[in-house]
Design a protein around this ligand. Structure first.
Ligand code: ATP
Length: 233
């Protein structure tokens, strides 16, 4: 028997005026996976993640986290990075995390902040101003913010976007480490290569529809599917 999904979408649809961004999406995300949602620009990845994070309302359908419909208890188990938080440039990385945790009410203890900084390997630069951070460091600080409160699930939208090769490699390695530490990870990407390298499971989203889903091995065994998704990237 398959384990109960950590996240299940049932017939989720969303339109922006005439644009049908998501068309009756059904999707199951298994616990313990690094689940990649692969799709070209405009395929609906951000819309899908925004809906399951309660940032956007779906027009139709429903989604269940841990078998339940919403609520603060459920929300506390999910950390997310949809877009880079508005960190203060003149504050240190550590002080920015303090501000973030006091706003969100998550992981407010000094120990929680230190742990998050250690995980993303920013402990040595904790006292440096945010403005002095490289793009990769800024992204790692954003991931540290998502880690506050030690959520079971982490949701990342295009976590390596805009980074140089070193920054990309660091974030991919961090995702692997977070998975090894027991987090389930859901990430959107437009890069087949990234999903192949980092994810255990995946779905391909195209024009608002899931065209296939399964383990990365299963999906990539289908040459037709690989051709379609590679052509889009
Ligand atoms: P990208 O990687 O470019 O962000 P995506 O796969 O995340 O793409 P979405 O951003 O979810 O895709 O967009 C899906 C469709 O909905 C696209 O056609 C996009 O232009 C449209 N769209 C997204 N947000 C809005 C909005 N606020 N108003 C109108 N149309 C929107």
């Amino acid at each position: 028997m398959n384990p109960s999904p950590i996240l299940e979408l049932q017939q989720v649809s969303k339109s922006y005026g005439r644009i049908k961004a998501l068309k009756a999406i059904d999707l199951c995300i298994p616990p313990g996976s690094v689940f990649g949602i692969l799709g070209p620009n405009g395929s609906g990845k951000t819309t899908l993640l925004s809906i399951v994070l309660d940032v956007l309302a779906a027009d139709k359908g429903r989604y269940l986290w841990f078998g339940q419909e919403g609520g603060p208890e459920v929300r506390r188990k999910i950390g997310s990075l949809l877009e880079t938080p508005n960190f203060y440039h003149y504050l240190s990385g550590e002080d920015n995390l303090r501000v973030t945790s006091s706003i969100s009410g998550r992981g407010q203890s000094p120990e929680a902040i230190t742990k998050a900084l250690q995980i993303v390997k920013l402990e040595e630069r904790r006292k440096s101003r945010f403005s002095t951070y490289s793009l990769g460091m800024k992204q790692r600080l954003a991931i540290a913010a998502a880690l506050l409160g030690d959520p079971a699930v982490l949701v990342f939208d295009e976590p390596t976007n805009g980074l140089d090769p070193v920054g990309i490699a660091e974030i991919r390695e961090l995702i692997r480490q977070l998975h090894a530490a027991g987090h389930t990870i859901i990430m959107a990407s437009h890069l087949l290569d990234e999903v192949e390298k980092v994810c255990s499971h995946m779905a391909i989203l195209k024009s608002g529809q899931i065209i296939t889903t399964g383990s990365v091995e299963e999906v990539l065994a289908d040459e037709d599917i690989v051709e379609v998704s590679a052509a889009d990237n």
